[in-house]
Write a protein of this length. Sequence first.
Length: 198
Amino acid sequence: MLHELFSVYLKMLVLYSPFFVLSCFISLTRGHSSKERKQLAWRVAFAVLIASVVLYLFGRAIFGVFGITPDAFRIGAGSVLFISALGMAQGKSAVQTDNVQQDVTIVPLTIPLTVGPGTIGALLVMGVGQPEWEDKLLAIVSIALASVTVGLVLYLSHRIERILGDQGLQIVSRLMGLFVCALAAQIIFSGIKGYLAL
């Protein structure tokens, strides 16, 4: 059980890409005080948790309404996740810092940076693939732990920025992008395998 919990936790952590989100968080909060940054970090973590749990729990209903098979959705979601991950791996900027006076908790920090289209697709597919409530509870605990980890990374943004510097953050973000690419490829291959009944 602990192995499964840790496995889903790591998968969610890769999907959330906390160091990529951290580099965006730092850009968007340049004018904020340390106290404001810390409060914002936990607000983002809470918003990520709520958004993820809702998507995970209601995935089955969404598939039922639109008549899309889980395997077809795996292929689509994996493709979107792969495209997003390529941008991360190439170090492309995901935010514009021209209007940072507005509240950035939900948009863009929660959606689309932490819970982007690929992550949304992965959560929906995961929800459909785990019909048992024991599995669902395990996944929700893993999502909660991953959300808290994202909050902790953002909470420590000032220290991490000082230790890694801009270049260090870019390197870690690109590495996270490569891991997300690999995860996206796995989702696509699982969808193809299921669709073709291999």
